[in-house]
Design a binder for this molecule. Structure first.
Ligand SMILES: [Zn+2]
Length: 208
C-alpha cells in the first residue's frame, strides 16, 4: 500500500526497517517530515500503525522506480504476462514507465516477469492436480456422467496430464431424448503456458 501511495504522489519513501515485525518508513532520506512506524500485533494477527506523520515538506519526484520491489511490478502485470508470455522485458519496462510514470530498471522488470511466470506455472500446475478430485465430485454429484482422464507416464514414475473428457448425464439424456441426431464439433487451441486443444461435441435440437 505504501508503494502505491508513494508512486501515486511522487513521494520518495524508503524503508529504514521492513521485516515481519516492524516497518519504519521515511521520506527523502529523512529530510522530509513524513514518518510511519508500524509493528506486528501477534494477538490481533495484523500490522498496526503506531505513529504517523502524513505531512510532506519536501519536493516530489515521479521518476524514482527503485522504491518498488519486483513483486509489486509483477503483481500489476500477471494477467498480461499470462496472455502474452513472449512480451519482452524491454516492452514490460516501457509499459510500467507509461502507466505509472516511474523509471524502473530492466533488471527489476526481468525479475518481475520471472516472478509472474513462477506464479502462473505454480497455480496452473496446482489446478491440473485438482482434476482427479473434480472427476470424483462430478461422478458423485452427477451419477451417470462420464469423466475420463488420461496421463502420459514419464520416467521416474511421474505422470503428466494428457487428456480430459467429460459428458454430463443431463447432456447425454437431453441429446438422446430431445434432439435431432446431429453432432456439431467445435474446438480451439489453448494459449498460455500449457498448449493444447479444447474440443466440444454439441448436440442440436429442433430449434437450435
Ligand atoms: Zn515527503
Amino acid at each position: 500500500m505504501l508503494c502505491n501511495y508513494a508512486i501515486a504522489n511522487g513521494y520518495q519513501l524508503y524503508f529504514v526497517n521492513n521485516d515481519r515485525k516492524r516497518l519504519l518508513a521515511h521520506c527523502c532520506k529523512c529530510k522530509c517530515t513524513f514518518k510511519l512506524w508500524a509493528s506486528w500485533m501477534s494477538e490481533d494477527d495484523n500490522f498496526q500503525i503506531k505513529s504517523l506523520n502524513l505531512e510532506h515538506n519536501f519536493g516530489t519526484n515521479f521518476k524514482l522506480g527503485s522504491l518498488v520491489p519486483y513483486s509489486w511490478i509483477g503483481s500489476h502485470y500477471t494477467k498480461q504476462i499470462l496472455n502474452r508470455q513472449k512480451m519482452s522485458v524491454r516492452k514490460l519496462r516501457l509499459e510500467v514507465i507509461r502507466k505509472f510514470g516511474i523509471h524502473v530498471s530492466l533488471s527489476q522488470c526481468r525479475r518481475a516477469k520471472k516472478y509472474d511466470l513462477q506464479l502462473i506455472n505454480g497455480t496452473l500446475v496446482e489446478h491440473y492436480a485438482k482434476l482427479w478430485s473434480y472427476r470424483e465430485d462430478v461422478r458423485r454429484s452427477n451419477p451417470g456422467s462420464t469423466v475420463k482422464i488420461d496421463v502420459n507416464n514419464m520416467p521416474y514414475g511421474k505422470k503428466y496430464f494428457s487428456e480430459f473428457y467429460v459428458c454430463f448425464d443431463g447432456v447425454k439424456k437431453g441429446w438422446i431424448e430431445g434432439c435431432k441426431r446431429i453432432i456439431g464439433l467445435d474446438g480451439h487451441f489453448l494459449k498460455g503456458i500449457f498448449k493444447g486443444e479444447l474440443l466440444c461435441a454439441i448436440g442440436r435440437d429442433e430449434n437450435n
